[in-house]
Write a protein that binds this ligand. Structure first.
Ligand code: DGI
Ligand code: FE
Ligand code: FE
Length: 200
């Protein structure tokens, strides 16, 4: 699909502010994709569609989760976690976008997961650091994203878990899986592992 067609489709489904967020995520994702040797076409299309289902009704998203292969445990967690998985299915059903790499980047953009692909990391980080966002600690993540994609993704998942715990929210297992897996890659996957072994 041509990127302008994708933008028109997405714009019709989102508020102005959310559409502009999506455009900024796309620009950020393309920048990261260039830096880390990821396909800029896939990064841009994934970013444009990542929040495509943000404003679907809870009933519709629930129905799609119930009647598709999506994991039913999503329904036990906050509905904020549904829009990515649902969008990964609907872009294929509604527009024939069948690209499992793009679809899984969209699927996991909110929680992350273990063993994320570079495209998944690019979208996960771009959604968090796009220039329209501002909250404490964000500039550190932006700085890290310039030189180390997986460490910046680790910071995103650490910050998200800290934030959710502070609010006494439930945390979806994939959110923890992302954090644990990315921790293994810190310092080239050696120093931290050694420290862990040294501590046990
Ligand atoms: O859709 P966006 O607002 O651009 O960003 P997003 O899809 O990353 O959604 C962000 C929200 O989802 C944010 O408030 C944190 C929340 N979130 C991420 N992981 C979890 C979570 N919320 C719960 N309850 N549990 C999680 O594991
Ligand atoms: Fe989102
Ligand atoms: Fe987003």
């Amino acid at each position: 699909m041509k990127i302008n067609e994708a933008k028109e489709i997405v714009e019709a489904h989102l508020t102005k502010a959310r559409f502009e967020h999506s455009l900024r995520v796309a620009d950020t994702a393309v920048e990261l994709a260039k830096k880390y040797n990821v396909s800029t076409e896939q990064a841009e299309l994934a970013a444009i569609f990542h929040d495509y289902c943000k404003y679907r009704s809870l009933e519709e998203m629930k129905r799609i989760i119930m009647t598709s292969y999506l994991p039913k445990d999503l329904l036990q967690y906050h509905h904020e976690l549904w829009h990515g998985p649902v969008a990964s299915i609907l872009i294929e059903q509604e527009y024939g976008i069948y690209d499992t790499e793009i679809q899984s980047a969209i699927y996991y953009h909110t929680t992350g997961r273990a063993h994320m692909s570079d495209l998944e990391l690019v979208l996960f980080v771009a959604d968090y650091i796009e220039p329209g966002r501002s909250f404490p600690g964000l500039d550190d993540v932006r700085e890290m994203a310039k030189t180390n994609l997986s460490k910046s993704a680790w910071m995103v998942s650490r910050n998200t878990i800290q934030y959710l715990m502070q609010k006494k929210n439930r945390i979806y297992p994939d959110t923890f899986h992302a954090y644990n897996d990315l921790t293994k890659h810190l310092e080239g996957g050696t120093l931290i592992e050694q420290k862990l072994i040294g501590n046990t």
